[in-house]
Write a protein that binds this ligand. Structure first.
Ligand code: ADP
Ligand code: MG
Length: 782
C-alpha cells in the first residue's frame, strides 16, 4: 500500500506528465546526454510540426539551420548547459515544412544524485511575432535616422537642455560646414555672429523654446569658413513623459538665396518705378520743350522784326544780339529736353566707336583745362553699334564737363571702350534692359564722386548741385534719354572721394560699319559773305585765306591794320573783319576797328590772338561787336565762330545775306497761318506782311478750313501738332478745297518722317528765322 506521501508524489508526477504532454505553447523535449530526442510533447508537435514518432531517437540538431549545424551549435549548446547548468539562446529554427521560426530555447542539464548527467530538458518557445514587432521598431527607427541624416536642405540636430549639441545630420554638415565629430559637444552659440552671441540671442532662443515650446526666428549665422548666411531657425523643446525638459530639436534652413531673390525683386521693382517715372517725366519734358520752342519762336520773330527797324547803332545791335544769343541758348536747352524726353529724332549709323572716337581725347583736352589728363583705352576687336554719333559726342562732352566740374584741383579723365555681355543675372535687377551683347563706353574721373542722395537723383531733369548759372541739371538727363532711346543702358558708379564712372551700354550691331569717316560727318558750315583777313604772318595768312575760301567765303587780305583800313575805304563791301590783335605798323588793330565800324556799322569783327587779351579787353569784357578766337584754333572752330557771328543757324550757300527788303521780296502770296498759339500768330503775321505777303491767321484748324473754302490762298503754314486736329490732317483736307495750295509744316519738334503727300510742302523747325521763313516761301516759286 502506498503511503499518503507516496500517493502525493505519484499524483504530482502524473499531474506533471499530463501538463507537459498537453501544453502547446512550449515544446518540452527530453534529450539524452548526446542530444538524442527521448521525449516529445504536444507543444513540440505544434511548434515544430513533427510528431513524436518522427523525431524520437534523432538528434535535436534536425531543428537547426544548415549554417548552425555547420558551426556545431547544437553540441556547443549542450556543452554550455553541462558547464553552466543551463543555456539559453534565441535564433532561427526549422519547422518540419522547412519554414523558419524565431525560437527562444532554454536547455537545462539533468543530473542524478552522483552528479552523473542523465540528459537535458529543452524548452522551446515560438517568439516569431515578438521578433517581428521588434524588427519593425528597429527598422522604423533606422529609416527615421536615415531620413534625418539624409536631409541636406535642413540642418537638424539636437541640443541638451544647456544648448550642447548632441547629434548632427548631413544637412547640418552641408549648411554649417562642420563634421559631426568636430561639433558634437560644442555649445550651439558657435553658429551665431559675435554680435548676436554677445547680445545673448542664443540663450534667449532656448529660454523662449523652453517656456513656450517653440522658438522661430531669422537672422545671420556663421559657417565654419566664416561666411555668413541668412538662416531660418526653429527650436522645439523636447520633454519626457513626466514633463521634464530633455533637450531641444533645432532645425535651421539656409534661406540666403530666397532672401537674395526677394531683395532682387525689390530692386527690380524700384528700378521699374524709377524708369517709369523717368519716362513719364520725359513725356512731360518733351511737351514742355515743344511749348518752349514756340515761345522762342515768338521771341526770335519779334527780335528779328526789331532788328530790321532799328537804327543800327552799336548799342541797340549789341542788345539785340544778346537777346538772339539767348534764344539760341534756349533752343539748345530745348533740344536737351527733347533728348531727355526721348523725342530727339535720331540719325543712327552703324559704326565702330573705336574708329569714330579716335581723336576724341584731343577734342576733350581742348574743352577741358590742362590740369586734367585725358586718357583713352580702346579694346581691340570692338563690336559695331548703331548710334547717332553726333548726339553721342554731345553726351561724351557733357560727361567730360561733369568730370571737369568734379575735379576743380585737376585729375584724370579716362574714356574706355570694350565689348560687354550682359547676362540674365546682370539685367535681372534692371527694369528695361535685355540680356545680350553691348559695346561699353565708360567715362571715369578721379573727382569728388557723388553721395548716395545725389546718385539717386543724378538722372532727374533739372537736378543739379551746381551754383545757379553753372548747372542746368540736364546733362545726365539728356544722356539718359538718348541712351534709352538708342536701346542701350546707362548707369553711374560713384562714391564720395572715389571718383565717378558713367557706363553706357550700346547694343551691338551685326552690320558692317558705315564707311563715313568722322571728319566728313562733322558738318562745317561755310558761307558766301566777304571776309577781310588782316594778318602780318604770311604763312598764317595764306592758311587762313585757303581755309575761308574753301568754306565758300569771298576773301580779301591785308598785311597791316593800315592796309586793311585802305581796303575798307575803297568802298568794297565787307561783312566780317578777321584780324590779328598784335601787328607791326603805326596803326593799332583796335584803332583800325574803331574807324572801320564807322565806315561800315554792320561790320562784324573777330580778333584772333595767341597772346594776352589785354589789348582788346576792357574791364574784363570785350568791346561790343568784338569777339576773340584764341590761337590755335581748328578749322571747325573758325568756321563755327564765323558762322555764329554772321548769323543764320543753318545758312545755306544760296541764302541771301542782305536783309530782306521789299524790293527783293518774291511775288506776293496769300498765306493762311494756323497755330494754336495766338502770340505766335501775331509775330509771324507781321513778318509775312514785311515780306509783302498777304497773311491771315487763325488758331483753329476748323476755322482755317472754313476760310480756305471761302477765299483763295496760295500757302498754308500750319503747326504740326494742335489739340483739335493735326497739321497733316488739316493740310490733306485743305488741298481738297484748294488743289494748288502749298503747305509749310512748322513744329517745335524735329520733323517726323512723313509719308509721300499729294501736294507741295516744306518744313520749318521752330524757332525759325526771318530768312528761313522767306527762303521756304521763295522755294514754292522756283
Ligand atoms: P549739371 O552738370 O548741369 O549739374 P548733370 O545732369 O550733368 O547736370 O549732373 C547732375 C548732377 O550730378 C551734378 O550737379 C552733380 O552733382 C552730379 N554729377 C554729375 N556728374 C558728376 C561727376 N562726374 N562727379 C561728381 N558728381 C557728378
Ligand atoms: Mg552736366
Amino acid at each position: 500500500m502506498a503511503t499518503a506521501n507516496q500517493r502525493d508524489a505519484t499524483i504530482s508526477e502524473d499531474w506533471c506528465r499530463r501538463w507537459v504532454s498537453t501544453v502547446r505553447d512550449y515544446a518540452v523535449i527530453g534529450l539524452a546526454p548526446d542530444g538524442t530526442i527521448r521525449t516529445w510533447n504536444a507543444g513540440g508537435e505544434y511548434i515544430h510540426g513533427f510528431s513524436g514518432e518522427e523525431v524520437i531517437g534523432r538528434s535535436f540538431e534536425i531543428f537547426h539551420t544548415p549554417e548552425d549545424r555547420d558551426q556545431g551549435s547544437a553540441a556547443a549548446a549542450l556543452e554550455r548547459a553541462r558547464r553552466m547548468g543551463h543555456a539559453e539562446n534565441e535564433g532561427w529554427r526549422l519547422r518540419k515544412d522547412g519554414s523558419l521560426f524565431w525560437a527562444n530555447v532554454v536547455i537545462t542539464v539533468l543530473r542524478d544524485e552522483n552528479d552523473q548527467v542523465l540528459g537535458f530538458g529543452k524548452i522551446v518557445r515560438d517568439m516569431t511575432d515578438k521578433r517581428r514587432a521588434h524588427e519593425a521598431v528597429v527598422e522604423s527607427e533606422r529609416r527615421f535616422r536615415m531620413l534625418v541624416n539624409g536631409v541636406t536642405d535642413y540642418a537638424i540636430f539636437m541640443l541638451s537642455p544647456e544648448g550642447i549639441i548632441t547629434n548632427w545630420n548631413a544637412g547640418a554638415r552641408r549648411i554649417k560646414g562642420y563634421n559631426a565629430d568636430e561639433i558634437i559637444g560644442s555649445h550651439f552659440s558657435r553658429f551665431y555672429t559675435p554680435e548676436d552671441a554677445q547680445a545673448g540671442l542664443p540663450q534667449r532662443g532656448l529660454s523662449i523654446a523652453a517656456r513656450e515650446g517653440r522658438f522661430e526666428a531669422e537672422g545671420w549665422r556663421v559657417r565654419k569658413d566664416g561666411k555668413r548666411f541668412w538662416a531660418h531657425v526653429v527650436i522645439d523643446a523636447i520633454r519626457s513623459d513626466n514633463g521634464e525638459l530633455a533637450g531641444f530639436a533645432k532645425i535651421t534652413r539656409d534661406i540666403t538665396e530666397r532672401m537674395e531673390a526677394n531683395r532682387l525683386l525689390e530692386e527690380t521693382r524700384k528700378a521699374l518705378v524709377h524708369s517709369q517715372k523717368m519716362e513719364a517725366v520725359g513725356k512731360l519734358t518733351g511737351g514742355v520743350a515743344h511749348d518752349f520752342n514756340n515761345v522762342l519762336q515768338i521771341l526770335r520773330g519779334n527780335l528779328e522784326l526789331l532788328d530790321d527797324r532799328h537804327h543800327r547803332d552799336a548799342w541797340t545791335r549789341e542788345r539785340l544780339n544778346k537777346a538772339l544769343d539767348a534764344v539760341d541758348r534756349g533752343s539748345t536747352l530745348a533740344s536737351q529736353l527733347l533728348a531727355f524726353g526721348r523725342q530727339q529724332p535720331l540719325q543712327p549709323v552703324v559704326i565702330s566707336l573705336a574708329a569714330t572716337l579716335q581723336g576724341v581725347d584731343d577734342l576733350l583736352r581742348r574743352a577741358l583745362d590742362e590740369t586734367i589728363r585725358v586718357k583713352t583705352v580702346f579694346a581691340a576687336d570692338l563690336w559695331n553699334t548703331l548710334i547717332d554719333f553726333h548726339l553721342l559726342e554731345n553726351v561724351i562732352l557733357n560727361l567730360a564737363i561733369n568730370a571737369r566740374d568734379a575735379m576743380p584741383q585737376g585729375g584724370e579723365l579716362t574714356i574706355e571702350l570694350s565689348n560687354a555681355v550682359l547676362d540674365d543675372d546682370d539685367v535681372a535687377p534692371l527694369a528695361d534692359v535685355t540680356a545680350g551683347q553691348y559695346v561699353l563706353l565708360a567715362v571715369t574721373d578721379t573727382g569728388t564722386g557723388m553721395s548716395k542722395e545725389v546718385l539717386e537723383r543724378a538722372f532727374d531733369p533739372f537736378f543739379t548741385t551746381k551754383p545757379e548759372g553753372k548747372g542746368t541739371g540736364l546733362g545726365l538727363s539728356m544722356a539718359y534719354g538718348f541712351v534709352k532711346q538708342s536701346g542701350g543702358h546707362i548707369e553711374i558708379h560713384s562714391e564720395p572721394d572715389h571718383g565717378t564712372t558713367v557706363k553706357i551700354y550700346l547694343p551691338r550691331s551685326m552690320q558692317p560699319a558705315t564707311e563715313l569717316a568722322r571728319r566728313e560727318r562733322v558738318t562745317v558750315t561755310g558761307g558766301t559773305e566777304t571776309i577781310l583777313v588782316v594778318e602780318d604772318d604770311p604763312k598764317v595768312q595764306s592758311t587762313v585765306i585757303d581755309t575761308l575760301s574753301g568754306l565758300g567765303y569771298r576773301v580779301l587780305k591785308a598785311d597791316t591794320a593800315q592796309q586793311a583800313l585802305a581796303v575798307l575805304q575803297s568802298g568794297v563791301h565787307v561783312d566780317l573783319l578777321f584780324s590779328d590783335v598784335v601787328m607791326p605798323g603805326p596803326l593799332r588793330s583796335t584803332e583800325m576797328v574803331v574807324e572801320a565800324s564807322q565806315l561800315l556799322p554792320k561790320l562784324k569783327v573777330l580778333f584772333t590772338s595767341g597772346y594776352t587779351r589785354d589789348a582788346i579787353i576792357h574791364g574784363g569784357r570785350l568791346d561790343p561787336g568784338v569777339e576773340l578766337l584764341g590761337k590755335p584754333y581748328s578749322r571747325e572752330q573758325l568756321a563755327h565762330r564765323i558762322r555764329q557771328m554772321l548769323g543764320g543757324r543753318s545758312m545755306l550757300a544760296t541764302e541771301p545775306h542782305e536783309p530782306i527788303t521789299a524790293a527783293q521780296a518774291g511775288p506776293t502770296l496769300r498765306i493762311l497761318f494756323v497755330d494754336d498759339d495766338p502770340n505766335l500768330s501775331d509775330a509771324v503775321k507781321e513778318q509775312l506782311t514785311l515780306l509783302e505777303h498777304l497773311p491771315e491767321s487763325t488758331t483753329s484748324p476748323s476755322e482755317a478750313l472754313k476760310r480756305l473754302k471761302q477765299q483763295p490762298f496760295d500757302v498754308l503754314i500750319t503747326d504740326l501738332t494742335m489739340p483739335e486736329m493735326d497739321g497733316i490732317e488739316l493740310a490733306r483736307e485743305a488741298v481738297v478745297a484748294r488743289p494748288s495750295l502749298c503747305v509749310v509744316f512748322s513744329s517745335g519738334y524735329d520733323m517726323p518722317d512723313l509719308p509721300p503727300l499729294p501736294f507741295r510742302w516744306a518744313a520749318l523747325r521752330k524757332p525759325f528765322t526771318f530768312r528761313e521763313l522767306d527762303a521756304v516761301l521763295r522755294g514754292f516759286h522756283v
